[in-house]
Design a protein. Structure first.
Length: 750
C-alpha cells in the first residue's frame, strides 16, 4: 500500500505543474506582429507601431472593425481626435457638493405641483417576469416609461412591446443597440434616449431616471415624487469619492478606447484635456430636465468636446455626465448621491469577468440576498432604489422587499415562491440554440411522452396517452421553487396515436441527485458540503450560469467544490470518463477560510459522451463522488447529425488522450477496472445516428434526469393529463407577482 501511495502521490503531485504548462499556449506576441500582416479594405494612413493597437488589430474579427481601429489610431496619432483644452463654465473653483436635508417623514405628503418622471429602462437578457415585476412596482399613470431593449435580446423586446401596448405612457425605443458592458455605445444610447424624450411634445417630464431590470425600488413612488419635488432644481449623481488621479488611472480615462465588433479595444494612451476637472462614479443617475436639455441641445465648447472625448472612452456613462455637470453653469445643482444602494463586494465582483468584451479589468456589483434586507431599510441618507437583484439567483429578497413596500400578497397566492425564466421561445428560431441544447430539449420532450404513455399501464390497447413527437420545441423555461432549481419545462408538439391529432404539452424534467458524500461527519476532511461540474462558472455569484449543466463533447468543463470553514486540507480530484479512462487528476489545497474552489482541467476535446465520474479523495479515502453527463449530439449545426460528424465528435479525444500525461497507472490503485468491452461499445456508439442515436441519448439523459410531470396546453385525448393552467409547476400557471393589470384609481398597478 505504501508503494502504491507513493506511486499515486507522484502522479497527482506532478499534475498542477502539468496543468500550468498546458495553459501556456504558444500564441505569438501580438506586439511583434507587424500591422502589415492584417488585411484592410484600404491601407492605414500612418504606421501603426503602438503595441496595444497592433494587439487589437490582430484580434479584431471583421475587416471593417480593423479598418476603423486603424483610422482612429492614425487620427489620434496626428492629434485630430482629442481636444487639447476645454472651456469650464462653472463659476466656482473646485468641486461643488450641495448638502440636502433628509428625513423619512418629509418625503410623505404629496406637494402641490408634483414632478413627473421619465424612467428609462435599459434591459437585456431573458428575465421578462423580473422586468415586469419591476415595472409593476414603479408604475404610475403620471410618469413616463421609455424602454430600450438590447439588440441581442429579441425575446425580451417582444415582451416589452406587448407591455407597452397596454399603457399609453409606455413606449419602446424604435431603434436598438448592442450595449456591451463598459462600451461607448451605452453613452450613445442614453444621449439618444434623452433626445427622443425631449422631442416627445406629449410627454411633459421633469426628471430623467435610468434603471435596469436588476433594480428594484426600496421606497414607493409617492416618497420619490415628494423628495424630487422638493429638490427639483438638483441633479443626483454619485461621484467616486477617491483621489482623482487614482480614479483616472483605475478607470482608464487616460487611455484611448474604441468600440467595434461588440468589443472595447484599447489602442494606447491619451491626455486628459486642460481646463476642466474630470470626474466620475456610478452610471445610475437622476438628472433634471434643464440639465438634460443642456447636454442634448448645447453646442458650447464643453458639451461638444466632451462628446468627442467620451466617444473613445471606457465606461463613458460612468464619467460623461459627472464631468459635464461639474464643469458647466449647472455645477451648483450637483448632489453627490444617486439615491441608490448598490451591493458592492469587490473581493467577488472584481474578477476581470468582462475580459472577453473589454480590454480592461472591471468590477460589477453582487446580487442582494435575504441576509442583506436590513441594509435596504436604512434611513441615514435618501435612497429610493437598490441593485442588483436576480430572481434566478435569489427571488426571496425581492418577495421580502415587495411585501415591505406594498404589503404581503394574500395567503395562498399561487406562484408566489416560484420563478420561471425563458431560455428559448419559438420566434427566436432554432438557430439561437446550441446543438447541445437542441439535443437535450428533444430528449426531455421524449422523456415526457414516455411518462405519458406509462400513465395508462393497465391497458396495452389504450393508445389515448401514446404520442409521436413532432418538430422542434415550442419553448423552454427554467423552473425554480423556493429559490431551488427544479428543472426544465419544455413545451412541445406531439401527435396522439389514438386520435391522430396534434396536441401541445409541457414536460417538466427534474435533475436526479448526482452528488454523493462519503465522508463521515466529524472527520477532519468533512469540510466538503457540495461539488458540481458545469460550464459558465460565475465567480461573482459563485454559480454555474449553465443551470442544470447541459454539456456536450466540445464544452470546457469546470469542477467546483463548496466548503465549510475548518482546518487546512488537501484533496485530490480525479476525473474518469465513461470508458474508465482517467482523464485528469490534480490536488487542491483548501485553506481554513475557503468557501469555494473551482478549476478547469485543460482536457483535449472532444470529451467522450456518456456518464462521467468525479472522485474527491482525502488521504486515500473517498470523500465524495459526482456523476455528470456529456451528451452525444443528435444535431450538428441544427440538422440531424451525419455519421462522419458523429464519429468525429463522439469518439473521445484524438489518440485517446485527454492530456499529454497519462494516468493509466492509477487505474489499479484507484480500483477502476480497464475494460476492453467498454472501449469497443464506445466505438460502436460513436457511429450511431438517427433513431438509434436518439435511443442512446435518451438512455443517458434518463440516468441524470426524470420526467416529473406532463400537462396539456389545449384539448387532449389523454384522460389522466392535467391542464397546464392548473399545474402549479407549469409556465402557463398563474403568476400574479409579475402579471400586469389595469391601473387602479390611485394610478398604480401594485
Amino acid at each position: 500500500t505504501h508503494k502504491r501511495q507513493q506511486q499515486y502521490r507522484r502522479a497527482s503531485q506532478a499534475q498542477p505543474a502539468q496543468l500550468q504548462h498546458r495553459h501556456q499556449h504558444p500564441h505569438r506576441n501580438p506586439a511583434t506582429a507587424a500591422s502589415s500582416e492584417v488585411s484592410y479594405d484600404q491601407p492605414p494612413k500612418c504606421e501603426i507601431n503602438g503595441k496595444e493597437a497592433i494587439s487589437a488589430l490582430s484580434r479584431a474579427k471583421s475587416k471593417g472593425c480593423r479598418q476603423q481601429i486603424a483610422e482612429v489610431y492614425c487620427r489620434h496619432k496626428e492629434g485630430q481626435l482629442m481636444p487639447e483644452a476645454v472651456t469650464r463654465y462653472c463659476p466656482i473653483e473646485g468641486k461643488v457638493n450641495v448638502n440636502i436635508q433628509w428625513n423619512e417623514d418629509s418625503a410623505d405628503g404629496l406637494p402641490s405641483k408634483p414632478v413627473r418622471i421619465a424612467f428609462v429602462l435599459v434591459v437585456h437578457g431573458r428575465a421578462s417576469r423580473q422586468f415586469q415585476r419591476l415595472f409593476k412596482a414603479i408604475y404610475h399613470t403620471s410618469h413616463f416609461y421609455y424602454i430600450h431593449v438590447d439588440q441581442r435580446s429579441n425575446y425580451l423586446h417582444r415582451q416589452a412591446q406587448a407591455l407597452a401596448s397596454l399603457y399609453s405612457n409606455v413606449r419602446v425605443t424604435p431603434w436598438r443597440m448592442a450595449t456591451i458592458w463598459g462600451g461607448a455605445s451605452l453613452l450613445t444610447m442614453y444621449l439618444r434616449s434623452m433626445a427622443d424624450l425631449l422631442a416627445m411634445r406629449d410627454w411633459s417630464w421633469d426628471f430623467f431616471i435610468n434603471l435596469s431590470a436588476a433594480d428594484y425600488p426600496i421606497r414607493d413612488n409617492n416618497q420619490l415624487v415628494a423628495f424630487l419635488s422638493k429638490y427639483r432644481r438638483m441633479n443626483f449623481i454619485k461621484s467616486h469619492g477617491r483621489d482623482n488621479a487614482r480614479f483616472i488611472r483605475k478607470q482608464g480615462l487616460d487611455r484611448l478606447f474604441f468600440e467595434c465588433d461588440t468589443h472595447m479595444w484599447r489602442l494606447g494612451d491619451r491626455k486628459i484635456p486642460n481646463g476642466i476637472s474630470v470626474d466620475g462614479g456610478s452610471d445610475w443617475f437622476l438628472l433634471n430636465r434643464p440639465f438634460v436639455e443642456y447636454v442634448i441641445n448645447s453646442e458650447d465648447d464643453l458639451v461638444t468636446n466632451m462628446k468627442r472625448f467620451y466617444a473613445y472612452t471606457l465606461l463613458p456613462a460612468e464619467s460623461f455626465f459627472h464631468t459635464v455637470l461639474e464643469n458647466s453653469a449647472h455645477c451648483e445643482t450637483m448632489v453627490d448621491n444617486n439615491l441608490r444602494i448598490t451591493n458592492w463586494n469587490r473581493k467577488l465582483g472584481c474578477k476581470c469577468q468582462y475580459k472577453h468584451i473589454v480590454d480592461w479589468c472591471g468590477c460589477s456589483p453582487n446580487d442582494f440576498k435575504p441576509s442583506d434586507f436590513h441594509r435596504l431599510q436604512q434611513t441615514v441618507r435618501p435612497t429610493f432604489f437598490a441593485r442588483k437583484f436576480e430572481a434566478s439567483v435569489n427571488q426571496e429578497i425581492v418577495n421580502q422587499l415587495d411585501a415591505y413596500l406594498f404589503g404581503p400578497f394574500p395567503q395562498g397566492t399561487p406562484g408566489l415562491n416560484s420563478y420561471w425564466e425563458s431560455v428559448y421561445d419559438e420566434p427566436d428560431g432554432v438557430a439561437s440554440l446550441s446543438d447541445t441544447q437542441l439535443t437535450y430539449y428533444h430528449s426531455f420532450a421524449r422523456l415526457g411522452l414516455a411518462r405519458a404513455a406509462a400513465s395508462l399501464q393497465g391497458n396495452q390497447n389504450d393508445h389515448s396517452c401514446r404520442y409521436f413527437p413532432m418538430g422542434h420545441p415550442v419553448s423552454v423555461h427554467l423552473y425554480f421553487h423556493f429559490d431551488q432549481f427544479q428543472g426544465y419545462l419544455v413545451k412541445h408538439h406531439a401527435t396522439n396515436l389514438a386520435t391522430s391529432k396534434l396536441e401541445i404539452m409541457e414536460t417538466w424534467v427534474a435533475p436526479k441527485k448526482n452528488f454523493r458524500l462519503s465522508t463521515p461527519a466529524g472527520s477532519t476532511s468533512s469540510r466538503l458540503q457540495f461539488a458540481e461540474i458545469g460550464t459558465e462558472w460565475d465567480a461573482k455569484e459563485r454559480i454555474f450560469r449553465n443551470i442544470g449543466g447541459l454539456m456536450g463533447p466540445m464544452d470546457e468543463t469546470v469542477g467546483m467544490q463548496k466548503w465549510n470553514k475548518g482546518p487546512n486540507v488537501t484533496v485530490t480530484v480525479v476525473w474518469i470518463d465513461p470508458t474508465n479512462v482517467i482523464a485528469a487528476t490534480y490536488d487542491i489545497l483548501i485553506d481554513a477560510s475557503a468557501e469555494f474552489t473551482h478549476y478547469r482541467p485543460p482536457l483535449n476535446q472532444p470529451l467522450r459522451p456518456g456518464v462521467w465520474n468525479i472522485r474527491i479523495l482525502h488521504n486515500w479515502s473517498l470523500m465524495a463522488e459526482i456523476r455528470f453527463l456529456i451528451v452525444p449530439l443528435a444535431y450538428n449545426k441544427h440538422q440531424p447529425i451525419k455519421q462522419d460528424d458523429a464519429l468525429k465528435l463522439h469518439n473521445g479525444p484524438v489518440k485517446n488522450s485527454y492530456m499529454e500525461q497519462s494516468f493509466h497507472g492509477l487505474n489499479p490503485i484507484l480500483n477502476i477496472p480497464v475494460s476492453l468491452a467498454y472501449v469497443e461499445q464506445a466505438k460502436r456508439n460513436a457511429a450511431m445516428t438517427g433513431s438509434e442515436l436518439e435511443r442512446w441519448v435518451d438512455s443517458l439523459v434518463g440516468e441524470l434526469w426524470e420526467a416529473a410531470d406532463v400537462c396539456a396546453l389545449g384539448p387532449t385525448a389523454c384522460p389522466v393529463m392535467q391542464a397546464c393552467a392548473k399545474s402549479p409547476w407549469s409556465s402557463m400557471s398563474p403568476d400574479p407577482k409579475s402579471q400586469l393589470g389595469e391601473p387602479r384609481s390611485d394610478g398604480r398597478i401594485r
